[in-house]
Design a protein around this ligand. Structure first.
Ligand code: CA
Ligand code: CA
Ligand code: CA
Ligand code: CA
Length: 114
């Protein structure tokens, strides 16, 4: 009932939105929720780049959709959920084995692609 109003509000406030779509990036969170409620990118399914979609983070794992490492240990949320199978909300004991200086990811770094 209020969807039309929400879409209009969002279309006027976020650059990446497609005003004809409720959910520009099709991740399951509508543009209004992403822009207003979660402060995520309505045009990017994975705003923080941790391999979990914004929807998965908000609705399934309860992690932060705009923080790639919710619990602040050494593993990104997606890595914990998909690979390490640890709790992305609880700093892992594994932090003992992977202490490393915090540094920004190299923006242009790519593993070998053929
Ligand atoms: Ca969305
Ligand atoms: Ca994410
Ligand atoms: Ca996250
Ligand atoms: Ca983590």
């Amino acid at each position: 009932m209020t969807d039309d109003i929400e879409v209009l509000e969002c279309a006027s406030c976020c650059a990446g939105c497609n005003p004809t779509l409720n959910d520009t990036d099709s991740d399951g969170l509508n543009d209004y929720e992403e822009h207003i409620d979660y402060n995520t990118d309505p045009a990017n399914q994975d705003s923080d780049g941790d391999d979990l979609t914004d929807y998965e983070e908000v609705m399934i794992y309860d992690t932060l959709p705009n923080n790639p490492n919710t619990d602040g240990d050494c593993m990104d949320d997606g890595y914990e959920v998909l690979t390490a199978l640890t709790d992305p909300l609880v700093g892992s004991d594994l932090i003992q084995t992977c202490i490393r200086p915090t540094q920004p990811k190299l923006p242009s770094f790519q593993t070998s692609e053929s």
